[in-house]
Design a protein around this ligand. Sequence first.
Ligand SMILES: [Zn+2]
Length: 195
Amino acid sequence: MTDKEILQIFKREKALLAGHFLLSSGLHSPHYMQCALVLQSPPLAEKLCAALAREIPKTKIHTVIGPALGGMIVSYEMGRALKVRSIFAERENGAFALRRGFELKKNEKVLIVEDVVTTGKSTHEVAALVERSGAKVAAVAALVDRSGGTAIFQQEFYALLKIEIKTYRPEDCPLCREGKIPLKKPGSRTPARTR
Ligand SMILES: [Zn+2]
């Protein structure tokens, strides 16, 4: 799949919006991405994850793991594409843990997956969990890398789509300054109250 085809899917599913958005971080952005809106379609999730799986070299992977909640569907579909086990890590008292009887064996080769990598923080935390269990992180993968190259991992990082989503502090936001597009909080129907 080409970047253009992937972008078209995200736009068509309204998973990538253009406008003026108030992000949960408090920053403003001309774009908003909600990967869940693409992944709510199982055939699309399967198709995108199969395309991502094809980018990963044929190194042996025993298990795919994703951080809940965002990484769960991608982990499941990557497991399907690679025909291996798929598990997820959940936060327990603030830190990622393996629950529900999920286990990793010593030297088991693990692929960590995410829907969207923004800073890479969750991925790093899951990598630490995998290593603590004695397993090995074989590679890292995400459907979307929106880190602008700032997310750096010890292992190879594969992303199906790389896009830069600009963010601004409210006081520096050019869209606020222009005052043409009302600020919207994604997921709500009404314009967001400004500061
Ligand atoms: Zn703004």
